[in-house]
Write a protein that binds this ligand. Structure first.
Ligand SMILES: CC(C)(COP(=O)(O)OP(=O)(O)OC[C@H]1O[C@@H](n2cnc3c(N)ncnc32)[C@H](O)[C@@H]1OP(=O)(O)O)[C@@H](O)C(=O)NCCC(=O)NCCS
Length: 259
């Protein structure tokens, strides 16, 4: 699908050793284009040392409706070359409000610094809910705040890393009253209900099922003696065997440690 007003035209000056050469670039913004664009986005994302997997785009498409999820891709006219991307995922909350999460904002290095990123971002912001949220790299944080007002929740997110070889499995906590089991044994409806009670997000059940079921995902759900869910954890395998933990919820800190 191609969004409205999606054709842009401008000029890039390319300076070679000889005279200045003017080269024109025309591009359009496509929404949820073919899956082949994801491999390019994924490559760039990994270069930035962010975490994604080759399956993510497919999971988003399967797990969310077109109204819930859009990948905006700037594509060079004529060649079909990838220029840049940004995603928007809209969640409806139990209180009836909606919130859209902006992500995967990245341009091919060759096209950076020419105003395309900002145009693409502005195009994406026209969609989704009025309330929007994002996680910024430090160099962009003030810019998002000053240009678009992304300054309401100033949470600082810290990434923690651990080497699996340094983990001491012998010091893990256990509790014989808990049952640690697979999501399929618990049933997805029960898992969605638990997830909703924690996140306040409705309608992300299909996404959770796809996310948990992807290749390279390891997950467990924990039940108490009453068979109530008291936590769950998902771990995904990324490039270079890096593991990413989440979503990971528990009813208490102790349960969190056990899970
Ligand atoms: C960040 C990025 C997507 C911007 O795209 P771009 O095409 O290079 O940016 P533009 O040429 O449109 O930007 C023009 C100006 O607006 C800023 N800008 C771009 N997008 C913006 C946005 N969404 N909000 C606020 N400012 C923005 C740029 O930083 C630049 O500022 P400057 O003039 O102070 O340098 C691109 O540089 C990139 O891919 N960087 C690496 C990945 C990354 O850090 N992504 C951001 C993750 S939070």
């Amino acid at each position: 699908m191609i969004s409205k007003n999606s054709s842009f035209f401008f000029e890039i000056r390319q300076k070679f050793s000889g005279p200045l050469i003017m080269k024109s670039l025309e591009y359009e913004i496509e929404i949820n284009p073919s899956k082949s664009y994801w491999s390019e986005i994924f490559r760039l994302v990994i270069e930035e040392k962010w975490f994604n997997t080759p399956n993510d785009y497919q999971i988003w498409l399967k797990g969310f409706s077109k109204e819930q999820f859009q990948l905006f891709v700037a594509i060079e006219k004529g060649t079909g070359n990838f220029i840049g991307s940004v995603t928007l995922t809209t969640h409806e909350l139990v209180n009836g409000e909606k919130i859209s999460c902006v992500g995967t904002f990245i341009l091919h290095p060759e096209f950076r610094g020419q105003g395309i990123g900002l145009t693409l971002f502005n195009e994406a912001l026209k969609h989704g809910a009025t309330n929007k949220t994002l996680v910024a790299v430090p160099s962009m944080s003030d810019k998002y705040a000053s240009k678009f007002g992304f300054n309401v929740i100033g949470t600082k997110i810290i990434d923690y890393y651990a080497k699996c070889s340094a983990l001491k499995l012998s010091s893990l906590l256990t509790d014989s009253r808990l049952k640690i089991t697979d999501p399929s044994e618990v049933g997805w409806e029960k898992i969605y209900a638990y997830d909703r009670s924690i996140t306040g997000m409705c309608f992300r059940g299909d996404f959770l099922r796809e996310f948990f079921s992807q290749p390279g995902a390891y997950n467990k759900v924990v039940l108490n003696e009453n068979n109530d869910i008291v936590g769950y954890c998902n771990i995904r395998t990324g490039p270079d065997n890096i593991l990413s933990i989440g979503p990971f919820y528990a009813n208490s800190v102790r349960l969190f440690q056990i899970i």
